[in-house]
Design a protein around this ligand. Structure first.
Ligand SMILES: Nc1nc2c(ncn2[C@@H]2O[C@H](COP(=O)(O)OP(=O)(O)OP(=O)(O)O)[C@@H](O)[C@H]2O)c(=O)[nH]1
Ligand SMILES: [Zn+2]
Length: 369
């Protein structure tokens, strides 16, 4: 397998600082695992943006529009997967083909997942090291949302980092930041004013060493402004990538993954809410580490920290060592997690039932014949 420039790519003199795949997060463990599975002419690539059956993919030789092979399409359908920014894929660039052909989706690491309207998880950004929660200090900031986000982010396996933007618009920015630090034990909380360049480098430093991050947060929180500041002046390729998908239909794909001049990549997913993040469920024990530490001293191991005797959490609450808000949010999130888990189990169970029903029907009709 070669990671060097592909003479077939025909991408012109697109020589820039981001030529190499390592600036897109490709590491030697990735490379070893890849070589063990694929040989030339199959090479690795990272999805920069995806829309329907088409993906803009960064390869070692440049960017390429790619479509999945028939087999890969089937596998994605069977596994209920759609490609998203940050995915690593195996592809081939055959001579004469204008499109690259994706042959496989490599296993995903920590990912940002949203609960789709049908209850199915939908991946929005894949293979993440850091999840940034961007909150504007003008109006957006609130402890309950932050706690929910942290529980879900820890559960996803990526490291959460809180970015408080618009420090210039709030006279009480310092006090707000202190409050947020209070509910985010063990989490970096950065204060930023992107238009003035304040705190921007510290955000970039979180991705040093070729890490990948994603920007989440409500609309207007300042995600794009921060991304632009990280990319530097005029560095941001504007506009959409417009391409025919081979059936004459035109699809517009917005670029979503950006390599940063200072190293690492950042994925911008417009319209992402912090809720529903991480299909693997929430990690409340890390997000509420002080409560988890107390709970270890409860009399019952499955204590719900309600009316049980010998509950160390209630005791701390009664003694004023644990805030009522914090306790309330914790119980609320626990209920939600339990509900989502049950909902997921039920969906799996129903799908399995359906599958067996189809199989036994097919067998019956075979026997009849
Ligand atoms: N004063 C001030 N304004 C800011 C700051 N950061 C962003 N803004 C402004 O806030 C508004 C929204 O910022 P965006 O970066 O577009 O917000 P976004 O999170 O990308 O919003 P969506 O694209 O809708 O998700 C813009 O008018 C920015 O100029 C800041 O640190 N200080
Ligand atoms: Zn308890």
């Amino acid at each position: 397998m070669t990671l060097s420039a592909n003479p077939l790519a025909g991408l012109g003199p697109a020589v820039n600082a981001f030529e190499n795949l390592s600036t897109f997060g490709w590491t030697s463990p990735h490379d070893l695992a890849f070589r063990a599975r694929f040989g030339p002419p199959v090479e690795p690539g990272r999805v920069v943006a995806a829309s329907r059956g088409l993906a803009l993919v960064r390869t070692a030789s440049g960017e390429r529009l790619c479509t999945p092979s028939g087999r890969m399409r089937e596998r994605l359908l069977a596994d209920d997967l759609t490609l998203c920014a940050g995915d690593w894929i195996a592809l081939r660039l055959d001579p004469g083909d204008t499109r690259g052909r994706m042959v496989d989706l490599l296993e995903r690491g920590p990912s940002l997942t949203r609960q789709g309207p049908d209850g199915r998880p939908q991946c929005l950004a894949a293979n993440l090291d850091v999840v940034f929660l961007v909150m504007g200090l003008d109006r957006d900031c609130n402890a309950a949302r932050l706690e929910r986000f942290l529980a879900l982010a820890w559960g996803s396996g990526a490291r959460p980092v809180v970015v408080l933007t618009k420090v210039d618009l709030n006279d009480r920015a310092e006090a707000f930041a202190a409050d947020m630090r209070g509910v985010a034990p063990g989490v970096q909380v950065l204060e930023v004013c992107a238009p003035a360049g304040q705190g921007v480098a510290r955000v970039g430093a979180c991705l040093q060493g070729g890490l990948t991050g994603v920007l989440t947060g409500s609309s207007g929180a300042g995600k794009s402004t921060l991304l632009n500041a990280l990319l530097g002046e005029d560095a941001r390729p504007t506009g959409a990538v417009r391409a025919s998908d081979g059936r004459g239909r035109h699809t517009t794909t917005r670029r979503e993954l950006f390599p940063l001049p200072g190293g690492g990549c950042l994925i911008e997913t417009p319209g992402v809410r912090e809720v529903g993040l991480g299909a693997e469920g929430a990690d409340l024990d890390t997000a509420f580490s002080e409560i988890a530490a107390l709970a270890a001293r409860c009399r019952f191991r499955d204590c719900a920290h309600g009316a049980e005797p010998g509950c160390a959490v209630r005791e701390a609450l009664d003694q004023g060592l644990l805030g009522g808000d914090r306790y309330g949010h914790y119980l609320q999130l626990r209920r939600e997690v339990a509900f989502e888990a049950a909902r997921g189990d039920e969906r799996l169970w129903r799908e399995r039932e359906d599958k067996w029903r189809r199989i036994s029907k097919a067998q019956k009709s075979l026997r009849k014949r």
